[in-house]
Ligand binder design. Sequence first.
Ligand SMILES: [Zn+2]
Length: 256
Amino acid sequence: MINEYEIYALKYAGPLKSCGARIMWNKDWDKVVSTNYYLWCIKGGNETIIVDTGVTLPFATKRKLPGYSSPTELLSRIDVKADEVRKIIITHLHLDHSNGVSLFPNATFYLQEAEYRFWVEDPIASRLPFNITLNESSNTYLKSLEGTDRLSLLQGDQKILPGIECLLAAGHTIANQAVAVNTNKGTAILGSDCGHFFRNYRENWPSIFITNLVEWMKSYDKLREKVSSMNLLFPGHDPIMTEDYPKIAEGVTRLV
Ligand SMILES: [Zn+2]
């Protein structure tokens, strides 16, 4: 019997105004769109798994992030204590997804080894344009965990728990990963920035920060193949995840 899980979206910042061409790459130059920033919580049986970490208050203050809520506070609204979280899946090492690793002092972080090696060891990562999204402090924090059981470096697709599988879905970054989750509606996927918006998946079109466009297109095929229905394939930054789903608490909605 495989666990069925629920998935919650926690909006930690937004709305932020953005040029449409950042969401639909090289299109929509004349459009202004609103984006939100999220982490996600998967709950089922006795398990709680967090996907991505949001960002810390000092980071949010420095960047003047509008609509900021601390990930710790958001999680407390659904009865999750950050210092009791044991499993965190990091989809990729862009700062908006991984800056908050230090908020979870007892967690094991699951990320793709290729993603980790690139951001921590490859000199290209420290150069423009990659360093726009690099976060030195959180990468240093993760590096301090290397060799301990708090850092789990994955090689490709890997099951973390019965009913929860990390899926290598490269393209946006060297080794971005998505998370397939068994739910009462079938297999749902948290795709993170494989698509910033639902539209990216529907129109088979990438968003920004393209590391490998060929891999990105293959990742779309892979995730589409795996998910039970397209409305269970969730994007990284779409305000729809806040607006169109049941509100559980301030800033928290249940996706499935
Ligand atoms: Zn992002």
